[in-house]
Write a protein that binds this ligand. Structure first.
Ligand SMILES: Cc1cc2nc3c(=O)[nH]c(=O)nc-3n(C[C@H](O)[C@H](O)[C@H](O)COP(=O)(O)O)c2cc1C
Length: 177
């Protein structure tokens, strides 16, 4: 069993990225992992905007991250990169917060041309935070994320399989540590 933290970085209330995060959390829990999700939009805005490193809410997220074996960072593409609120959150993390952890990016976007934002925007900041084991990651087009009649998330195409592969990679990497 791995301790896995998901960080969901969309500011949107009806966020497709957050729905993917909740889906992944459930899938991980069903496989007996301890999975918790930090939705950055739910943190006090003032703590993020005023860089309150020592606020209780921010410190709590740092404790969760410190205990994690693996971290899945999720963001929509905004203006070709990850979101501003995710950057505000990552800026408050301790210097090498991602060291000795498995890190996986999951990005949703409107156009496939921005698939590479994972490589040029997210992966560099993971490295700066000390990550050495960064998994390939998953990019999902927003049109591929839908709801069924019960309001449950569904995926078009191979997105579900690629998320499944990501979960499997985390389990394999954790087992080999
Ligand atoms: C302000 C804004 C900027 C966006 N910029 C891009 C972009 O540069 N490239 C892209 O592929 N999609 C872009 N999108 C589309 C979102 O990435 C996409 O719809 C995503 O799934 C939204 O996720 P969310 O519902 O979790 O916020 C943008 C959306 C918004 C609202």
């Amino acid at each position: 069993m791995a301790n896995i933290i998901l960080i969901s970085g969309s500011p949107s209330k009806q966020s497709k990225t957050a729905k993917v995060a909740n889906y992944l959390q459930k899938q991980l829990q069903e496989r007996n992992h301890d999975a918790q999700c930090i939705h950055v939009r739910d943190l006090p805005a003032e703590d993020l905007l005023h860089a309150k490193f020592t606020s209780e809410a921010i410190r709590h997220t740092h404790e969760l991250i410190e205990r994690a074996d693996a971290i899945i960072v999720l963001s929509p593409v905004y203006k070709g990169s990850y979101t501003g609120i995710l950057k505000a959150f990552l800026d408050l993390l301790p210097e090498k917060a991602f060291a000795n952890k498995i890190i996986a990016p999951v990005v949703t976007g409107g156009i496939i041309a921005h698939l590479l934002s994972i490589e040029y925007s997210l992966k560099p900041i993971f490295s700066i935070l000390g990550a050495r084991e960064i998994l390939h990651g998953v990019f999902i087009l927003d049109q591929a994320i839908e709801k069924d009649e019960r309001g449950e998330i569904t995926f078009q195409g191979d997105a579900k399989q690629r998320l499944e592969d990501l979960i499997r990679s985390i389990s394999i990497e954790k087992a080999s540590v």
